[in-house]
Unconditional design. Sequence first.
Length: 535
Amino acid sequence: MVAFSLFPNSSLDHEPPGLLWSRQSFENTIHFMKRETFYITSPIYYVNDVPHIGHAYTTLACDMLARFYRQAGRDVAFLTGTDEHGQKVQRVAEAKGIDPKLFVDDVSKTFRILFEKLGISNTVFARTTSPDHYKAVQDMWKRLKDNNQIYLGSYSGWYAVRDEAFYGEDEIKDGKAPTGAPVEYVTEPSYFFRLSAWQQPLLDYYEAHPDFIAPESRRNEVISFVKGGLRDLSISRTSITWGVPVPGDEAHVIYVWLDALNIYLSGLGYPSDKEAFEKFWSESLHIVGKDILRFHAVYWPAFLMAAGMQPPKRIFAHGWWTKDGEKISKSIGKPIDPVEIMDQYGNDAFRYFVLREVPFGNDGDYSEMAFINRLNADLANTYGNLVQRTLAFVYKQNEGKLPTPGAMTAEDKTLLALPSTMLTDMTKHMEAQSLHRAIERVWEGLFEGNRYMDVQKPWSLKATDPERMQTILYVLCDFIRQMAILSSSIVPELSSKILDQLGIAIHKRDFDALGKSLTPGADILEPKPLVQKVV
Ligand code: ME8
């Protein structure tokens, strides 16, 4: 039985209490209610290098989805982790003169620490060196073998260690892989997977499941790649030792991608415990970078179908972050350290910037100027100011208590009804993984809140119409409460601070609290500045 630790990163001191409560509450009620499920996965990252902005990016995107669906009442499993086998990792460990297991333990920890710092709400941190994962990989191998999908042969061709990928002669240009990775010529005995036999079934599957691969442009690329013909795939190596042994032929280790992809099953406890697998697999969403879409959208469904299993529900490939137009990675010398940025500007600022700045699916270039502009304009001016102006005024004018509203005007009612409409739009965007659009929608709401305040001018009514002033302030407070619920998956720390200031109980922070209203006269906390502007 896999323990879905609801907080593997339980040392988090910045975790918003709302989510902590939600998860505990969900776990308690799990046996009594049958809720919709959601299984979100990030790639598991190679441990040849320390984590950078790219790894943080994918995992943050998954986290936004996980938090959103938890608030929507779904039972969420969220996997991230590390990919620890293969030639790339073996070589780095050898070069450092360290035992590979000690080396991977060390680097895997740096990913775990980064995700804790980012406030990632994963339920599983999976590692390919775990004994349970070995079982899943060997189980897959046996299924493929039993189904006559594997044969022994010999591989002669190109291999790029950086990509851990085999390339055909026709793909090599100027002595490099299409990704620019250096290649080496390999000749070794190898087991092969009958990938060529899956060309038509894959094309049929893509056609019958138009939402399987997204975005659309990437789906088209995959389809034309498969239409171009599939060669049988080498799935074992004899020239390396760092991997899962082939059952019954230990001179071979299983190809690192066949090994790694199975993490999505072993992370659910498969094959020892099929309960979680049965519960979550049909609602699985793999978020990956565009660099590894071929492995996920071609090899993975082919392996699964060949093993007699269902492909995942959907695969979404996002774009690539560059800095000054160049690829980001330590080995290429352009790292961007997310920890440094978070230490300087705060977690939410980093999270907000990467998720908002670039349409999810497109490439983006990191610039500090753009980062600071977003922080100042969106977080400080639009969100922070609305909350600060309102709560500071209420706290001062109303002796630290929420106002009591009188009769409401059409404008009041319109503003208060906005968050529920926004949730409908947000949900539509989240279903399409248009994360940036979901965020945009929330900020459109915040603009409306600011506009309402500027038009209603509650401060000008203090002497002339204090009753109307109370109503306006009440509307603003209730609007802010609802906005903080909606923004919880986007800027969790900021949202939870706002809800804390308003005295909103932890169990009233999910989407079903949207239509309800604040209790007039309840105490609020003394407002503290929420977002520090960068000047
Ligand atoms: O491919 N921009 O691991 P990996 C955006 N172990 N995203 C980026 C990025 C960038 N500049 N750089 C990295 C592997 N990423 C395999 C995966 S899954 C069964 C096995 C993100 O460490 C993006 O998600 O090379 C990309 O797909 C992933 O990190 C590659 O991580």
